[in-house]
Structures are given as C-alpha cells and as structure tokens.
Design a protein. Sequence first.
Length: 128
Amino acid sequence: MPNKEIITSANAPQPIGPYSAGVKSGKFVFTAGQIGIDPQTGEVVSGGVEAETRQVMRNLKSILEAAGSSLDSVVKTTVFLRDMGDFAAMNSIYGEFFSQEPPARTTVQVAGLPKGVAVEIEAVAVLP
C-alpha cells in the first residue's frame, strides 16, 4: 500500500465531496483543484478572474504549507479557465505568486467549472 497522508487546512475551503484538499505521498504534495472560495465565508470571492485567481493561490498556499511545503516548491500546475480570454488577467495575478523559477504549467479552457467560477488551479509540489 502506498504511503499516503491526507492534508487539510483551516485556511482553505473544505472539500465538499469525496476528495481531499491535498495528499502527501513520498516526496510530493498533490492538491485538489482550488477555486476562488473564501474559506471564512464559504462563498466565491467577487471581483472577477483576478480576485478569484488571487484567492485560489492563497488557498493553494495554505494547503501546501499544511503539508510542509510551499508555493516555492511547486513543480507543476494545471490551470482551468472558463474563458481563454481571461488568460492575461489570470496570468498577471499568477505571476505575482510565481515570480521566480515558476513551475511547469498547463492551461486549458473548459466547458464549465464548479459554482460557475472563472478559474480553477491544481498543483504538485515537492517536500523539502
């Protein structure tokens, strides 16, 4: 059986289905896709793709830190956008969090996202 530890954080939204916010296995941390939900209110933040991306990154940061990792240790992200026309706005905020040595990334446009949000991001990070 693989070594697997479930990761939770009080500073990130709690899963609303049969999945974990994060999983630590070996030298890696895998996060579930995060959307722009404020963990304090349980509501999607207002302000469009920029505000959502900022909240997504905060949520990812909280999960990674709860696992003993950090945004600096992220090696791969996948970004899901409702509209590829939002790419530049998302990328600008994303770049604030990954200003040096950014991870590998895949960005795709999807037909829909939970709660009608504009962006969802998942990450894979290494442990120190």
